[in-house]
Design a protein. Structure first.
Lengths: 657, 155
């Protein structure tokens, strides 16, 4: 019964999405107030039905209703309840359902938080989001219905892939999708502005907080995914340049460019065309990412049973959305105008350089991700593009970007001079160079690349400190009052930029000083890695809720002093009999110690993998700081006060300003 | 006049940056492409020397052997028509099994032994790397046989 209700709610949601995608947009074009007025209530109705459908699916998983095919193939009665819940998005159908659910949340949020916008604008924005919802709901119902029944009903389910039975499964997909789908708001604003033919600073002001929010969620989603892969896949890396990772990273790169370009459009009215194009690109890349991951063209933990119809549908949808929006852009953009002028040396130029570099990086990732697929599709042979390519391209592209990050916030809008900048930053530069040369000695061994990476990180920190000091100089009051006087959006930027510095430190130290050893160990043997000694104490049998495990015991010492006990496991899952390695990790601010068990070899010995990963936690810490920088910027009073002031104005006058 | 100069600088800088980026990307791209070959192609000597590539197929039954150091493993990859001996030092992925599909990356030595630097993990027990399935299917020839193989392999 419950699955039928879900299915029915999904069909009603499809109809509402069609209404939302047509009437308000036509109403806005023909100035029919009744149709324009439909946008908000219909959005809220759409949310209600989608949340009902999603709730029915989640319920079927929690009560283990194996008459639903999706539940039977992706869940099991032995599974703990939180993984049964997370299994809701553990399949292709479920994850598309999550996509639609997230889109409904964003649509609802726009309908509730848009009181200060002119009604036609809201109608267009929600209408565009309704069209996207319609496409995805149609996709769900036609090719991947999550409520399909199974007869005869099996006694038990086939189980969730053991790799997915992890706390990461509860957090990573919702966060990532929140970000992915969140770019639909910026996209909808861009399309709405193109439809309305009015692209001005107000447009940028409206879409900026939405973009920041989506970007922050996407950052967290990517960070959790990276961390999860690190501790669960058993080989201790944090980023593999796997096509699926790239699929989430490309929207992030373009989203980052969009954030910065929106700032220019809002403050200076420049880059208008460019910003709109970026908004379209960011969402298009989200869609391409969904296509790559869900259509089965890529093979990874994210790819499920392949059905060619699905790929064709998403590809068609992709062509309609991207092609349609680019066509609209081509028709409307030339009328927008270029915006205010600026000098070669100005903050605008710095931000333009930021955009160019980020897009070049995106392009290179796109090439490396898609080229093998094209060759394969054209039957020209099978190739793969590995991490060396991405490393070789990324470092040179990101270096100038990080360098500019120090200068950009200090450069003035419109016009700035090099001598001024040099005067402000010479000490920051000198200090970061000296520290970059000296600090690697403290780590034990001086390596040129480590020194170079640290130079970038120290430079960002030093230049940020200079920027803060310059900002505060204008306010004459106590230190804390000075801090409070700066807008939170400024502190958000500072936090995010420092996050990059922390991230760079993490990457540099891990790449420079990590040690990895695979060794054969008998019980009682010891091995030394990164200054720590690991002793293999023995193995024992363990029983988990739905698996059996062999657990190894290790004692870690440093110079004879006890540090930690580590217990890696080798698991065998009851339902599918699939083996899995669970690494034991001692995580710390200065680095991780990582032990995982390979295979047993003759005479009771085991092959053991032991890693030392200095500063690896800084990678994820840096990403978290960036995300929280975004949230901090969102709490800026201008978004709150500005919203209130706009409400006080009569409708329509907001657009005139 | 001044505006025109400025525009020239702009365009020039843009072209320079794009050119540098493209050169960088294409150069890195050229030298880091990894091609895929089947055991049959290796037997026919169609593979590059001194360059890494990938092979795929099935791990031959009863071919897995471990050397006394406990770390070095030897096995044979076959596409049912031809087979290649592989040596790998390190920990094999959880789902590596005799009779199942595998993809490995490495170089071929002058002795005809493939020195794998990486043996690729699978994420699901029933999942066959498409490259491996492809190799087997190509070797078997007919599509009917190919479909059957994929099915048997997936069981």
């Amino acid at each position: 019964m419950i699955p039928e209700i879900g299915n029915f709610a999904l069909i009603l949601a499809l109809l509402l999405a069609l209404v939302l995608g047509t009437l308000p947009i036509i109403g806005a074009a023909r100035r029919i107030p009744a149709w324009i007025g439909l946008a908000r209530p219909v959005s809220q109705g759409l949310f209600l039905f989608v949340v009902t459908a999603w709730g029915c699916l989640a319920y079927s998983f929690i009560v283990s209703d194996f008459s639903v095919l999706n539940v039977a193939t992706n869940s099991n009665s032995q599974l703990p309840v939180y993984y049964r819940f997370a299994a809701t998005w553990g399949s292709h159908e479920g994850s598309m359902m999550l996509w639609v659910f997230m889109l409904a949340i964003w649509t609802l949020a726009v309908s509730l938080k848009s009181r200060h916008l002119p009604d036609e604008m809201v109608a267009r924005v929600l209408g565009v989001m309704g069209l996207v919802s319609f496409g995805f709901l149609l996709f769900l119902l036609l090719t991947s219905n999550p409520f399909d029944r199974l007869f005869p009903v099996p006694a038990d389910g086939r189980d969730l892939n053991p790799l997915l039975q992890d706390p990461g499964m509860v957090a990573h997909p919702p966060m990532l999708y929140m970000g992915y789908v969140g770019f639909s708001v910026a996209f909808a604003f861009a399309i709405a502005a193109l439809m309305g033919g009015r692209l001005d600073a107000t447009w940028a002001r409206w879409s900026r907080p939405w973009t920041t929010l989506a970007w922050s969620f996407l950052s967290i989603g990517i960070m959790i995914g990276s961390w999860w892969a690190y501790y669960t896949l058993g080989w201790g890396g944090w980023w593999f340049w796997d096509p699926v990772e790239n699929a989430s990273f490309m929207p992030w790169l373009v989203g980052t460019a969009l954030l910065h370009s929106l700032a220019v459009t809002e403050k200076r009215g420049a880059f208008k065309n460019w910003t709109v194009l970026l908004a379209i690109c960011a969402f298009s890349l989200s869609l391409i990412g969904t296509f790559l991951v869900r259509s089965g063209v890529l093979t990874s933990v994210h790819a499920f049973a392949t059905d060619p119809r699905r790929g064709v549908f998403i590809l068609g949808f992709l062509i309609v959305v991207i092609g349609g929006s680019l066509a609209l852009y081509a028709v409307r953009a030339p009328k927008v105008g270029l915006g205010s002028r600026f000098d070669l040396m100005s903050r605008e130029t710095m931000l333009l350089a930021n955009n160019v570099l980020l897009l070049a990086a995106t392009g290179s990732v796109l090439l490396g991700t898609l080229y093998p697929l094209f060759l394969d599709a054209l039957n020209l042979g099978k190739i793969s593009v590995g991490p060396p390519y991405f490393d070789a391209v990324f470092v040179p592209l990101m270096t100038p970007l990080v360098f500019l990050m120090g200068i950009g916030p200090l450069a003035r809008w419109k016009q700035t001079t090099l001598p001024d900048l040099w005067h402000l930053l010479r000490w920051a530069f000198a200090i970061s160079v000296v520290m970059a040369l000296v600090v690697p000695f403290a780590a034990g061994e001086w390596k040129p690349l480590v020194s170079f990476g640290l130079l970038l990180a120290f430079w960002v920190v030093a230049a940020t400190v200079v920027s803060i000091r310059e900002r505060m100089r204008s306010v004459r009051s106590g230190f804390f009052a000075q801090i409070a006087r700066q807008p939170r959006s400024y502190w958000g930027m500072v936090l995010a930029h420092l996050g990059i510095a922390v991230f760079v430190v993490g990457v540099t130290m891990v790449k420079g000083y990590e040690t990895e050893r695979d060794v054969k160990m008998s019980i009682g043997d010891t091995v030394s890695v990164g200054g720590y000694t690991f002793r293999f104490d023995g193995i024992s049998q363990q029983r988990g809720p739905n698996y059996q495990a062999i657990r190894g015991a290790f004692t870690v010492t440093r110079k004879g002093a006890y540090v930690e006990n580590l217990y890696p496991e080798k698991r065998q899952y009851n339902a599918g009999g699939m083996p899995m390695t669970n690494a034991a990790i001692d995580s710390g601010l200065l680095g991780d110690l990582y032990v995982s068990m390979g295979e047993p070899v003759d005479g009771g010995a085991w092959v053991i993998r032991v890693y030392s990963k200095p500063f690896i936690t800084w990678l994820w810490g840096g990403f978290l700081m960036m995300a929280f920088g975004g949230f901090l910027a969102l709490s800026d009073r201008r978004y709150r006060v500005g919203a209130q002031r706009d409400v006080a104005l009569p409708r329509g006058s907001a657009a005139a300003r | 006049m001044k505006a025109r100069h400025r525009r020239f600088i702009w365009i020039g800088a843009g072209v320079a940056v794009l050119g540098a980026a493209s050169a960088l990307v294409l150069n890195a791209f050229q030298s880091n492409l990894v091609f895929f070959f089947t055991p049959t192609q290796i037997a026919a000597n169609e593979v590059p020397r001194n360059r890494a590539f990938r092979i795929g197929g099935l791990v031959e039954e009863k071919s897995l052997a471990r050397e006394s150091d406990g770390l070095t493993v030897r096995f044979v990859v076959t596409d049912t028509a031809a087979s290649v001996p592989v040596v790998y030092k390190g920990i094999l992925p959880d789902l590596f099994k005799e009779g199942k599909g595998v993809v490995a990356q490495g170089e071929i030595g002058s002795d005809g032994v493939f020195r794998a630097s990486e043996v690729l993990a699978k994420h699901d027990e029933n999942y066959m790397p498409p490259a491996a399935a492809d190799a087997v299917n190509k070797a078997r020839g007919t599509t009917a046989a190919a479909e059957k193989t994929t099915k048997t392999l997936q069981r």
